[in-house]
Design a protein around this ligand. Structure first.
Ligand code: ZN
Length: 137
């Protein structure tokens, strides 16, 4: 790996509550200063065609410029872009919604970039504000 290269691109929601926890989690994964970060409101769960095209361009750039080999897709519950946890009938329904969007986005990236390893992560924020990361969901 050269000084111009890094391991991963991370795509997540721009939610302020996640900025520090995601950085710390990636540090624990030994990815400190080793990833490109792309954050937009709603992340994978609010991808219209414009944002999806934007994500694809970001991945293309990260491959061309930094030779990344992994993409982390990080979704989270209680997302303001979807009205928060109160807009779902249950926490199971809410989690299923984010898991489905993670899976759909992963399949899209796999089809466009078969050489890239895509890792799905669901961040769960409980009503007390405690945050838990679930990988390979
Ligand atoms: Zn969010």
């Amino acid at each position: 790996m050269t000084s111009q290269e890094c391991k991963a691109l991370v795509f997540c929601c721009s939610d302020f509550r996640l900025v520090e926890p995601i950085k710390n989690w990636l540090d624990e994964k030994h990815l400190a200063s080793n990833y490109d970060l792309v954050s937009v409101s709603g992340g994978v769960s609010k991808l219209d065609s414009i944002k999806e095209n934007f994500l694809v361009k970001q991945i293309e750039a990260a491959i061309a410029e930094h030779n990344i080999s992994e993409v982390f897709l990080i979704a989270h519950n209680d997302c303001s872009a979807h009205g928060g946890r109160g807009s779902f009938d249950s926490s199971e329904a809410e989690n299923d919604f984010y898991l489905l969007n993670l899976q759909k986005t992963k399949e899209k990236i796999n089809s466009l970039f078969p050489e890239i390893q895509v890792k799905n992560v669901l961040v769960k924020i409980n009503p007390l504000g405690q945050i838990n990361f679930e990988e390979n969901v």
